[in-house]
Design a protein around this ligand. Structure first.
Ligand SMILES: Cc1cc2nc3c(=O)[nH]c(=O)nc-3n(C[C@H](O)[C@H](O)[C@H](O)COP(=O)(O)O)c2cc1C
Length: 350
């Protein structure tokens, strides 16, 4: 499936391969990241033009047990410009189906199932990447969920458990048979964690064989590389994770817009602070603002000192002042490059 139109927003689609993806704003999507792609971050990335937005992974059990923290994760932001999906994980298909109804009531456009999480606590329970070890079971698991949830179903996976267990083609087939809308592939095995390079040759081969949309993911850190991968592999869209932390304008740049210099980084941080204040308590606002400030400063001269200072500051307004001074001091510098080989945030849930 190639060359879908990319109309702006929005929702209310009939499940079935090749329908949902047509509602995406463009083929440059935000990857799910635990502790990061929450309500405010998704809203910000929507404003900056990401093609599709996906939440961090959310525990189905947490939703069913009424955990307030978990329920906060599935809230939808106002004035959505494109599709928003909630990523779930859980042991039993029944839990996922029940959680899927909760997610539908929250207003999400689709449900994504995490088949890529390499974290021990998750795979020990047979969730995340462990589900890729048994494609036959995976097909029945996804089929049950697909039939039980009231929203379109998508999946995100790795290339397999290890180099000896590259089950990606079988798992994509399982997702196809189950009626999933698309498969997003992070081009590493579970054993690799975040080491080495994402295998885009394998992603190209997955695209060639698959009969449903394939979304490629891994190590896309600038717009040029994102376009190149999209074109040379023929995937239907690409997902960008860490690249968007260091350069939140990456989606806008991918679709022909401009990035911003150091002062733009400060203004972005201030805008993010506004969103946080509306949605989070003071403690959470401080934690998230500090994290964002550190990513935006990364790679500039003096960033290490800035980072050291920021974690001692007790309030969000002190963080903003400190960030204002820092970005002013580097205002004459171009944004640092984020090299493909550079180690950055080498852990996560997918
Ligand atoms: C901090 C962090 C948290 C992550 N959390 C999730 C997650 O909750 N669900 C998921 O499917 N992938 C998760 N991932 C994986 C990313 O979605 C993506 O597959 C991976 O980072 C490779 O893409 P990138 O090189 O563009 O970052 C996470 C990655 C990071 C760095």
């Amino acid at each position: 499936m190639k060359s879908p139109a990319w109309p702006a927003g929005s929702v209310s689609v009939q499940p079935g391969p090749e329908n949902l993806i047509r509602k995406a704003r463009n083929p440059f999507w935000l990857a799910p990241m635990a502790g990061i792609t929450d309500l405010c971050f998704r809203q910000l990335m929507d404003q900056l033009g990401a093609g599709v937005l996906i939440s961090e992974l959310v525990s189905a059990k947490g939703l069913l047990h009424g955990s307030e923290k978990t329920h906060r994760m599935i809230r939808m932001h106002p004035q959505r410009g494109t599709l928003v999906g909630i990523q779930l994980f859980g042991e039993s298909a029944e839990d996922l189906i029940e959680a899927g109804h909760v997610v539908a009531r929250a207003g999400a456009d689709f449900i994504d199932i995490n088949l890529g999480c390499p974290v021990k606590k998750v795979v020990k329970k047979g969730c995340g990447a462990a589900l890729m070890r048994d494609p036959v079971y995976l097909e029945s698991y996804l089929t049950r969920i697909r039939k039980g949830v009231p929203l379109p179903l998508t999946v995100k996976m790795r290339t397999g458990w290890s180099d000896q267990e590259l089950t990606i083609h079988e798992c994509v087939q399982a997702a196809e048979q189950a009626g999933c809308e698309w498969v997003a592939v992070h081009g590493r095995t579970r054993a690799q964690g975040y080491e080495g390079k994402a295998d885009w040759n394998l992603i190209r081969e997955v695209r060639r064989r698959a009969r449903i949309p394939i979304i490629g993911n891994g190590d896309l850190r600038d717009p040029m590389r994102a376009h190149l991968r999209l074109e040379e592999t023929g995937v239907d869209a690409v997902m960008i994770g860490r690249g968007a932390l260091r350069n939140p304008w990456i989606f806008r740049e991918c679709t022909g817009g401009q990035g911003e210099g150091p002062l733009g980084r400060f203004h972005l941080l201030a805008g993010y602070h506004q969103l946080l204040r509306e949605q989070s308590d003071a403690r959470q606002t401080l934690i998230l603002l500090r994290k964002m400030a550190v990513w935006l400063a990364y790679g500039f001269t003096g960033a290490a000192g800035f980072r050291g200072g920021i974690f001692k500051l007790p309030t969000a307004s002190a963080v903003l002042d400190h960030a204002g001074e820092f970005f002013q001091s580097v205002a004459h510098l171009p944004p640092p490059r984020f090299e493909e080989t550079e180690a950055f945030m080498m852990g996560g849930h997918g």
